[in-house]
Design a protein around this ligand. Structure first.
Ligand code: X8Z
Ligand code: ZN
Length: 613
C-alpha cells in the first residue's frame, strides 16, 4: 500500500492542536498585520489540506473500528478523533477569513471554500461543546447500529434491523408488518433529546463559520447559492412528479385489490408498512403484487443467486468484474482482506452499507451485511461505484479528493447497476435465456418500484432536516412535520397513530448518522443521465433499459474522464466531461420509463383510479 500524501510528525500535529485552541487570539492579532499575499494564501491552503488529511485518515480508522465493532471504547475513540477533525476545520475556517475579498487563483479560492464544507456537522470552537457534539454523534450512530426489537421483552428473542427488513420485504400480513414497523421505530425515541442538542451545537459551529445554519451550509456545497440549489431540486421534482403520481395511483389500486378498503384508502395515502420496505423508500419487494400481466420477465435474481449458491464474496467479485470490463484496474488485495462483507456473529456492527477509502489513496473497503438478494447485488455495485470513484481521483490534491457534487458519488455504482440487464446476466452465466421484449414492461415496473418510488423520499428527508436546522420547526413538532412531509411528497401515512413521543426520523440511518440525503435524490436522476451518455458513447441505439455497457472500454474511458477530476472543478464541468451536458436533467429517467408511464396511465384510466392523495 502506498501513501504518497505527506503526513505530519506527531509533534507537529500536537502543535496544530494547541493552535486550534488559540485560534481566536491568532485571528485578532492578524488584524493588525499587513494584508496577505496570494503566495501566503496558497501556502495556507497547501498546509491546511495536509493537516486535514492527516487527521481525517486517523478519524476514518477510528470510525471503521467503531462501526465494525461497537463498544463504549471504540465509540469514545471515534468521538475523540472526530473532535480533532472538527476542531481543525473550525480553526482553519477562522484563519482563512484573512483572505476574504482577495482575488485568488481559482484552485486556491475553491480550496478555501471546500475546507469549510469538509465536515457535515461542524463543531463550535468551545472545546467542551465540541466534545459533547462528537460524543452525541458517535452515540447516535452506535444506537442505530445496535437497535433491536424484542417482542417478548429484553430477556426474549430480539430482532435486529436485517431480521425486521426481511419481514417487511416478504410478509403480506398487515398485522405482522405493522408490528415489525412499530418495533423498529421504537428504537428512536431515546435519540430525540440528543438529536435536538446536536442541532443546537452544530448550528453554533455552522454560524461561527459564517453560515446561516447547518442546512444552509449543506446547500452551499453545489457550486451555486443555497437558494438556487433548493430551486434546482424543486425544478427536478416538478419534472418527475407526474411519473411518481402515476406509479403511486397504480400501486395503491393493486394494494386495494389485495388488502381491501379497510386497509387501503382508495384515494388517500398508502400506509407505509405495505410497500415492502421499512421506510417505504424502495417498493421493489412488492413487485409480485403489482406485476403487469403477461409481461413476466421469467426470472428473479434473488432466486438465481440462491439456486446457484452465489455467496456474498462471489457477488462482490461479479461487481468488481463489471468495473474491470470497462478498463478499471482490479481492486487492491487489501480490499479483500480488510472489507466486512457479512454480518459478524459475535459483535455489534453498523450494517448499513458503506464504502471507505481509509487512507485517501487505495485502502479501499466496503462494509456490508450482504444477503443473497437482487437488492444486495445492486447495493454491491453501488458501493463499488464509490470505491472506483475514490481511486480515480486519488492523485488530486487532498481537498479535491471527492466527487463533483455528492449526488455524483451516489450515482456511479447505480449507473453501472442499470447495465445489469438480462443480456448481461446471460453473458456472465447467471441467466439461461434473455426474456422476450414483451417482458420489458415487467422489468420496467420492477425498476420503477426501486427508482421512481424513491424520488420523493430522497427529497423529503432533507426538506425536513433543513427546517429542523433553520429552526422553522422545534423539537415539539419534529414528528408531526416528518409525517406532513411524508404525506405531501410520498403520499404515504404512518401505519399506527404517532405523537411527539415518537421520533420516526431517527429510525432512518442517515438521520441518526447525520448523512445529508439530497445526494440520493440527485443520484436517482443523474444515474439515468449518466447511463444515457455512456450508452451513447458505446454506440448503442435501442431502448435505454436494454443497454448494458459491460465490456465497453470506450464508455469506461468516458466515465473515468469525469471520475478523475474529483472535485477540482465546479460540477457542471465534470458533468460536461462525461455527458456533454451542463445541467442535471430528468429527461433521461423520464424517457427510460416512458413506455411504463403510458401503460400506467392507461391502467389508471381504465380502473378509474384517482391520481394524487
Ligand atoms: O445509504 C445508501 C447506500 C450507502 S451510501 C447503501 N443508500 C440510501 C439508503 O439506503 O437510504 C442508497 C440508496 C439510498
Ligand atoms: Zn452510497
Amino acid at each position: 500500500m502506498t501513501v504518497h500524501t505527506p503526513k505530519l510528525a506527531a509533534s507537529e500535529s500536537a502543535a496544530a492542536t494547541s493552535a486550534a485552541e488559540n485560534s481566536w487570539l491568532a485571528e485578532d492579532s492578524q488584524a493588525t498585520q499587513a494584508p496577505p499575499t496570494v503566495e501566503e494564501a496558497r501556502k495556507f491552503t497547501d498546509d491546511a489540506e495536509n493537516r486535514w488529511l492527516n487527521l481525517i485518515i486517523k478519524a476514518s480508522r477510528a470510525q471503521w473500528v467503531q462501526e465494525t465493532f461497537i463498544t463504549p471504547d471504540t465509540e469514545q475513540i471515534a468521538a475523540d478523533a472526530d473532535q480533532q477533525v472538527k476542531a481543525l476545520v473550525s480553526e482553519l475556517a477562522a484563519q482563512s477569513r484573512r483572505f476574504d475579498g482577495m482575488q485568488l487563483p481559482e484552485d486556491v479560492a475553491r480550496k478555501l471554500k471546500l475546507i469549510k464544507l469538509s465536515v457535515d456537522i461542524p463543531a463550535p470552537h468551545n472545546p467542551k461543546e465540541s466534545a459533547e457534539l462528537s460524543q452525541i454523534n458517535a452515540s447516535l450512530q452506535s444506537d442505530y447500529g445496535k437497535g433491536k426489537w424484542c417482542p417478548d421483552g429484553p430477556a426474549g428473542k430480539c430482532l435486529a434491523l436485517n431480521d425486521l427488513e426481511h419481514i417487511m420485504s416478504t410478509s403480506r400480513d398487515p398485522v405482522e408488518l405493522e408490528k415489525a414497523w412499530a418495533g423498529w421505530h421504537a428504537i428512536a425515541p431515546p435519540m430525540k433529546a440528543r438529536y435536538s442538542r446536536m442541532v443546537e451545537l452544530a448550528n453554533d459551529g455552522a454560524r461561527e463559520m459564517g453560515f446561516a445554519d447547518v442546512g444552509a451550509m449543506w446547500r452551499s456545497n453545489y457550486d451555486m447559492k443555497p437558494d438556487e440549489f433548493s430551486a434546482e431540486l424543486d425544478r427536478l421534482w416538478t419534472q418527475v412528479r407526474p411519473l411518481y403520481v402515476s406509479l403511486h395511483a397504480y400501486v395503491r389500486n393493486q394494494l386495494l385489490k389485495k388488502y381491501g378498503p379497510s386497509v387501503i384508502p382508495p384515494d388517500g395515502e398508502i400506509p407505509a408498512h405495505l410497500l415492502g420496505n421499512m421506510w417505504a423508500q424502495d417498493w421493489a419487494n412488492i413487485y409480485p403484487l403489482v406485476a403487469p400481466p403477461n409481461a413476466d420477465p421469467g426470472y428473479d435474481l434473488s432466486e438465481i443467486l440462491k439456486a446457484k449458491k452465489v455467496e456474498p464474496l462471489a457477488m462482490v467479485h461479479y461487481g468488481e468484474s463489471f468495473f474491470k470490463s470497462l478498463g478499471f484496474a482490479p481492486l487492491p488485495a487489501t480490499f479483500w482482506e480488510r472489507s466486512m462483507f457479512v454480518k459478524p456473529r459475535d459483535r455489534e456492527v453498523v450494517c448499513h452499507a458503506s464504502a471507505w477509502d481509509i487512507d485517501y489513496v487505495d485502502d479501499l473497503r466496503i462494509k456490508m451485511c450482504i444477503e443473497q438478494t437482487g437488492e444486495d447485488f445492486s447495493t454491491i455495485h453501488h458501493e463499488l461505484g464509490h470505491n472506483f470513484y475514490q481511486r480515480a481521483y486519488d492523485t488530486q490534491p487532498p481537498l479535491f479528493r471527492n466527487s463533483a457534487n455528492d449526488g455524483f458519488h451516489e450515482a456511479i455504482g447505480d449507473t453501472i447497476a442499470l447495465s445489469v440487464t438480462p443480456a448481461y446476466l446471460r453473458q456472465i452465466g447467471l441467466l439461461e435465456n434473455v426474456p422476450p421484449e414483451s417482458s420489458d414492461l415487467g422489468l420496467l415496473m420492477h425498476k420503477a418500484l426501486e427508482k421512481v418510488a424513491f424520488l420523493p423520499f430522497g427529497l423529503m428527508i432533507d426538506k425536513w432536516r433543513w427546517e429542523v436546522f433553520s429552526g422553522k420547526i422545534s423539537p415539539a413538532e419534529y414528528n408531526q412535520r416528518w409525517w406532513e412531509l411524508r404525506k405531501q411528497y410520498q403520499g404515504v401515512a404512518p401505519p399506527v397513530a404517532r405523537s411527539e413521543a415518537d421520533f420516526d426520523p431517527g429510525a432512518k440511518y442517515h438521520v441518526a448518522a447525520n448523512v445529508p440525503y439530497a445526494r440520493y435524490f440527485l443520484a436517482d436522476i443523474l444515474q439515468f443521465q449518466f447511463h444515457r451518455a455512456l450508452c451513447r458513447e458505446a454506440g448503442y441505439k435501442g431502448p435505454l433499459n436494454r443497454c448494458s455497457i459491460y465490456n465497453n472500454t470506450a464508455a469506461g474511458a468516458r466515465l473515468n474522464k469525469m471520475l478523475e477530476m474529483g472535485q477540482s472543478r465546479p460540477w457542471p464541468e465534470a458533468l460536461e466531461a462525461m455527458t456533454g451536458e451542463k445541467q442535471m436533467d430528468a429527461t433521461a429517467i423520464i424517457d427510460y420509463f416512458a413506455p411504463l408511464k403510458k401503460w400506467l396511465d392507461e391502467q389508471n384510466a381504465r380502473d378509474g383510479a384517482k391520481l394524487d392523495w
